[in-house]
Ligand binder design. Structure first.
Ligand SMILES: [Zn+2]
Length: 112
């Protein structure tokens, strides 16, 4: 791989840097996305790999800047009288005093 820090502008200006370590990432891509990558690569005279890396870098920069300071919303707290009776489990009970996970586990254990 020529340049893992590639940006779309690099492809336009053909600015390239040295080689760096790369790893194979096997990803299924929808056919229409692949066709668009093909078109962009062809228009820029770049390889599909270069276009994918450039787009990933652009997208990651955007994601990181948009997620700066973001924290996941707090999990809703289930009142004690509605919690699963299994020790250490704070999910809501759905059947026989158990949450869905522990109820299913109990059913599987009985079926076996
Ligand atoms: Zn549970």
């Amino acid at each position: 791989m020529r340049n893992p820090n590639l940006r779309l502008n690099d492809l336009v200006s053909r600015g390239r840097k040295g080689r760096e370590e790369s790893k194979l990432m096997n990803v299924k891509v929808p056919a229409h996305v692949l066709a668009r990558i093909d078109r962009v690569a062809s228009n820029l005279g770049a390889t599909k790999t270069e276009v994918v890396i450039a787009i990933l870098n652009e997208g990651l920069d955007t994601a990181e800047s948009e997620l700066r300071g973001w924290t996941p919303p707090p999990k809703p707290v289930v009142p004690k009288e509605r919690r699963c009776t299994v020790k250490g489990c704070d999910r809501e009970r759905v059947a026989k005093g158990l949450c869905a996970t522990h109820y299913q586990a109990q059913r599987r254990a009985r079926a076996a």
